[in-house]
Design a binder for this molecule. Sequence first.
Ligand code: DAH
Length: 353
Amino acid sequence: MVFAYIRNMEQLLQQIEAMKAEIAATVATTPEQVEQFRIKYLGTKGLVKEIMGEMKNVPNEQKKEFGQILNAFKMMAEEKMQQLQSALGDSDEQSAKFDFTLPGDPVAVGTRHPLNLVRNQMVSIFKRLGFAVAEGPEVEDDWHNFGAMNLPEDHPARDMQDTFYVQEASENNAAWLLRTHTSSVQARVMETQKPPIRVICPGRVYRNETISARAHCFFHQVEGLYIDENVSFADLKQTLYFFVQEMFGKDVKVRFRPSYFPFTEPSAEMDISCQICAGKGCNICKHTGWVEILGSGMVHPKVLENFGIDPEKYTGFAFGMGVERIAQLKYQVNDLRLYSQNDLRFLEQFKSV
Ligand code: DAH
């Protein structure tokens, strides 16, 4: 007990002053010396603790004053400890050990998702043709997804099999659903804009499919819509031909096949020469040399009328294509599930694309 002999305040204060002087004079050049300082003053059996214990011997009327002195002492010891530690960190000895010429630690930069890369490329091609980007909600009402797009009540695409319903229709409420195609955004655009309209609508869509290599319950589409006076099927063909040439190169071949969509008349699907086997025949093109990439057509007069656009004055074309399909042809990805599994070994391969 270092302080056991202290009988009066005078002595106690002298003792504290002496320790303060000692603390102020302390130098430490090694971590061990800093640790010694810590143990001596701030350890569980250190001098700070010990002198704090003297409080009980201090007469009541001096307790307040003495308490303040003790606190100041404690703080001084703690500050000194910090100084010693940081001085050690910055010491010349430490910096001498540090080789500033070493290369820095590599920073892990993320990569863009392949579907984003393809989507961005698709968007930029259409932007060059003067298309603006429009987006719409993924949770949609029945009207924008189906009704406005001329899908009659009993159309099979409305079947519960394909559509995720968020809320089924009731007497007072329309059905709410996860949009099954980006054609719903066409409806939203026509609702708010007057012709001429020239938009593309990239986005995620949902269908109630069993997940496999070839199908997923969500995927991505890019929708296109062009409405103006004198828009013809030739414009549709030329626009889409330009797009695939930009996307896949000048050698790509296209063919249009008649098809049916409730929102277009006439309708066509477009195939391109298989980019995987160059038309020789493989699994992806089912040995035909052709791969379907989109649906398209001239906007149905009823759809125009639904939005107060005069079909006698205006015509338009529309198309919708899957981003995954384009990505598959570009990068030869054969399993759709890879896109949503977040496997870095897969995603990192698209770094330099
Ligand atoms: N909505 C169609 C689908 O999801 C794709 C489509 C076909 C969009 C023809 C269109 C179109 O705009 O004109 O399969």
